[in-house]
Design a protein around this ligand. Sequence first.
Ligand code: ATP
Ligand code: MG
Length: 332
Amino acid sequence: GLPSQTPPMNNRRKFVIDQIVELFEACRQQPSDLARKEMCRSRLQQDINRVYAVARLYLTGSSMNELGCRSSDADLCLVIKGNKRPNPLQVLPVLQRLFGGLLYIEKTQLIRAKVPILRFREKGSNLEFDLNVNNTVGIRNTFLLRAYSYADRRIKPMILVVKKWARHHQINDASKGTLSSYTLVLMVLNYLQTRKEPVIPSLQMDYPECFNPFVDVDLVPEGPKRIPPYISRNQAPLGELLLGFLEYYAIHFRWDKYVISVREAQVLPKTNSQQWKNKYICVEEPFERNNVARAVHEKAKFDAIRAQFAESFHILKQRRDLNSILPIRDII
Ligand code: ATP
Ligand code: MG
């Protein structure tokens, strides 16, 4: 067989940490990536204002929450205010026509999902955009995730490696009945919150004024600036946290009994209310309290997700080499 690349036992701890950091440094969004997205956003904002004079366009998602990769798409939210809330399914076709005349945009496609979006590309780059209308909870939760990403230096690399792992194993696609990136992020955060010695607290409970869900959405991206990093007594290294995360969802977490709540930094008993009833995976949206994992509605997909956690846990525990669950070289 192939020569083993696994290092001797005494080096293994350090080895996985170094691999996670290497992957993170190679894949994390660069300032130039964000600049390109921001440039495109501001051109679009100007062109949209020809039709919707006072609309504002926001970058959201992993482009703004510090949890993005170089290859991440750019999520956009168009906020159109007024006393009569426009129907996204009336606005998006108007934008689709408008974008058809813009020379820097191509491949525009309207997707009629629960939150309808317009998907398009910037011409000449492979930068992909997903634009929604007035789904402002995405602006609020983007800045909550951003605050978590700064709460402890282990958060960003940990989340990036989990996203890459899930994508590699094809359990990171809500449109195919598996986990959205957003769901995965909340699962990682809740794992870190629920350790005996928590790695992070609930920022919404510790700083309620920074994450007030009623504050005007235009003011959200300005704050929160005053959240100091959390000093945890849990200084477990990244490799242990990754292994612990896999173990927790493979073995310990009771999917049938509990709801994952980042808002409360706890797991909550599953009630009979309709958003949790008959759902395989329950992950609470921190601001709206609905289930962000509702895409997982097939037993077979749920089983495949759990099986992947279990398989990767056992392999990583044995091998203590990130390559055993995620081929680093192919991903970088
Ligand atoms: P990636 O780097 O893979 O693109 P992402 O962090 O951008 O990951 P997505 O799942 O693409 O995550 O979601 C983008 C953003 O849309 C999230 O950061 C969140 O603000 C918002 N969002 C996604 N799903 C939901 C949901 N179910 N409820 C509320 N907001 C959501
Ligand atoms: Mg995204």
